[in-house]
Design a protein around this ligand. Structure first.
Ligand code: AMP
Length: 130
């Protein structure tokens, strides 16, 4: 059975899309730690990030870099942090989170509740910086 993230890539489940190319896809995390929290995934269905080939992992990191730079412009912050957990969804993904301090990367923090309009605006703001 396809993962929820594969179903997002296929357009079967809605998302707030930020970017895609032939191999990778970026969309907003639905439970964001901060405005701009984005997930970068491979379209290839692989559970564990570190099971990707060296070439795919390197390409995914470069794709994530461009998204991170755009997030940083759209949502000014000290740096955009990157985290890999993958304990919930068995489809490899990189979290990109705008940070003002290291506490902003704590996944136990309460998540933001954004309206549909706010999510749309966040995604549009990042896309505008790509
Ligand atoms: P983890 O696998 O521990 O890295 O966590 C999975 C992340 O995916 C969590 O931050 C969720 O909020 C996020 N997530 C789960 N389902 C969706 C979805 N349908 N759209 C956007 N983000 C999602």
């Amino acid at each position: 059975m396809a993962t929820i993230f594969s179903r997002i890539v296929a357009g079967e489940i809605p998302c707030y899309k930020v970017a895609e190319d032939e191999r990778f896809f970026a969309f907003l995390d639905i439970n964001p730690l901060a405005k701009g929290h984005t997930l970068v995934i491979p379209k290839q269905e692989v559970d564990y990030l570190f099971d990707l080939s060296d070439a795919d992992l390197a390409a995914m990191q470069v794709f994530a870099k461009h998204i991170a730079l755009a997030i940083g412009k759209a949502f000014p912050c000290r740096k955009v942090g990157q985290a890999v957990l993958g304990l919930e969804v068995p489809h490899a993904h990189i979290h990109l989170v705008p940070m003002q301090s290291e506490k902003d990367m704590l996944f136990s923090n309460p998540k933001l509740k954004l309206t549909d309009q706010e999510f749309q605006a966040v995604a549009a703001a990042i896309r505008a910086e790509l």
